[in-house]
Write a protein that binds this ligand. Sequence first.
Ligand code: NDP
Length: 273
Amino acid sequence: MVSQRIKDELKAEVLELKNKGITPGLAVIIVGDDPASRVYVNSKKKACAEIGIYSEEYALPAETSEEELLALVEKLNNKDDISGILCQLPLPKHLDEKKVINAISPLKDVDAFHPANVGKIMIGDYDFLPCTPAGVMELIKESGIEVKGKECVVVGRSNIVGKPQAMLLLHENGTVTICHSKTRDLKEACLRADILVAAVGVPELIKGDMIKEGAVVIDVGMNRLENKKLVGDVEFSSASEKAAAITPVPGGVGPMTIAMLMKNTVRAATLNK
Ligand code: NDP
């Protein structure tokens, strides 16, 4: 599995850093008791332990005030044994996510959500790549498909996935189309894609008849159905009949996101030393 290979490489890199007196450290903040967030935070902590990254968890009650949260971020910005800070989103409604993201030091912003890092991604000169889009790029690379000159369609335009994804594909010389909820003919756009990335949050929106024969399909979606089943934004059964390569949910992009977070944390340790 690609994610395991990346984690193994990082493990070796962390050992080397430790020999030089540098130990990467990740602080994870979680506010409230959203069950999905709890699962993600646990996976991140587990990955840290596996790789040899020091980690701290700050589990705050849902009623935490913005002042308290910002004070914690400030404390972590100045904490020498912490190289990366991650605040698990979504936050409870009374907290302003933008303010919290902006408060994280750009050099410790391992999610790459801070406007300074977003701007750097835009111009292609970055310290950190956003974890999910970077994971998608690794999966595309692994499939052996060159992005250069290909029709790339990204469905979804969130700041966390869709927009940075489109930018990374553009940096690799893809011809990129971004679709969203106002796109007039989604099927027509998807059918043009040599590389299709779905980051929508609508269970199985993309069906096999929207996919070009031989396309590479990356499904970022993670949707929990009422029966507790986890499904992607792509209908795997029909899509896999058309696609040359397709990622499953669960097990495709999810583990890559965590591997890339680990990569950013190791990178942060060298930036903050
Ligand atoms: P957002 O809700 O922030 O964005 C969804 C995007 O999809 C929006 O741009 C929206 O358009 C577009 N959209 C919604 N409905 C349609 C439709 N019917 N047709 C076309 N476009 C549509 O979601 P995220 O980007 O944060 O996440 C997307 C999915 O990826 C979710 O399932 C999430 O759980 C998953 N995810 C998975 C990760 C992983 O590690 N595997 C990490 C992060 C997210 P508009 O802008 O017009 O509203």
